[in-house]
Design a protein around this ligand. Structure first.
Ligand code: AMP
Length: 217
């Protein structure tokens, strides 16, 4: 299955993408993760991306489209993939259509996770991530057993630079302006699935998996 996860920052895309990837044995392609990796490594791409990311702005379309195009050509995407955080603009969605056409593939479903802004802010500013294994925690809803330490691997937990409240508000504004129009874009194409993301993680997961089983059938 070739899938896209849409939703505001903090809607739970990363968390749900991991479940879906595991269940269907397909790779999670997170442009945010790939860009953060480039920033951490200090590559040329990383240096450019950092400027945009630290301010809550989008990295230019050409750059992100280039990364995704290369990634989708890799062997592990042959049986499907789940795009998490891409596309984020109409231009990216159109570029993705073009890539799919070139590869003789299609997007089977676009899952849109809806969550109100205030809930999103509450989630993001309390989000902590493991430096080592990438596990995601929430200080209020899903805290680690030991403060600052990952339950799964013992790695150090950190807060993403762009998870501070002022940056989160900016990311939300950018989401409204640039990404929200994609909901209409995919609705018109007829493959949009809406999920209420304000429920707890397990409920959202179950809803999504039921919808995907229906598509597969
Ligand atoms: P995320 O982890 O998906 O919330 O992404 C974190 C940041 O990476 C975003 O705020 C953007 O600065 C950048 N980014 C991730 N995906 C994209 C994309 N598809 N287009 C442009 N910028 C992106």
């Amino acid at each position: 299955m070739n899938l896209i996860l849409l939703g505001a920052p903090g809607a739970g895309k990363g968390t749900q993408a991991k479940f879906i990837a595991e269940k269907y044995g397909i790779p999670q392609i997170s442009t945010g993760d790939m860009l953060r990796e480039a920033v951490a490594k200090g590559t040329e791409l990383g240096k450019i991306a950092k400027e945009f990311m630290s301010q809550g702005k989008l990295v230019p379309d050409e750059i992100v489209v280039g990364i995704v195009k290369e990634r989708l050509k890799q062997k592990d995407c042959e049986n499907g993939f789940i795009l998490d955080g891409f596309p984020r603009t109409i231009a990216q969605a159109e570029a993705l259509d073009e890539i799919m056409k070139e590869m003789g593939k299609k997007i089977d479903a676009v899952i849109n996770i809806n969550v109100p802004e205030e809930e999103v802010v509450r989630r993001i500013v309390n989000r902590r991530i493991c430096r080592k294994c990438g596990a995601i925690y929430h200080l209020l809803y899903d805290p680690p057993k030991k403060e600052g330490i990952c339950d799964k691997c013992g790695g150090e937990l950190y807060q993403r630079d762009d998870d501070r409240e002022s940056v989160v508000r900016e990311r939300f504004r950018v989401y409204r302006r640039d990404t929200e129009p994609l909901i209409e874009y995919y609705k018109k194409k007829g493959n949009l699935l809406n999920v209420d993301g304000s429920k707890n993680i397990e409920d959202v997961k179950e809803k999504i998996l039921i919808m995907l089983e229906e598509i597969k059938a």
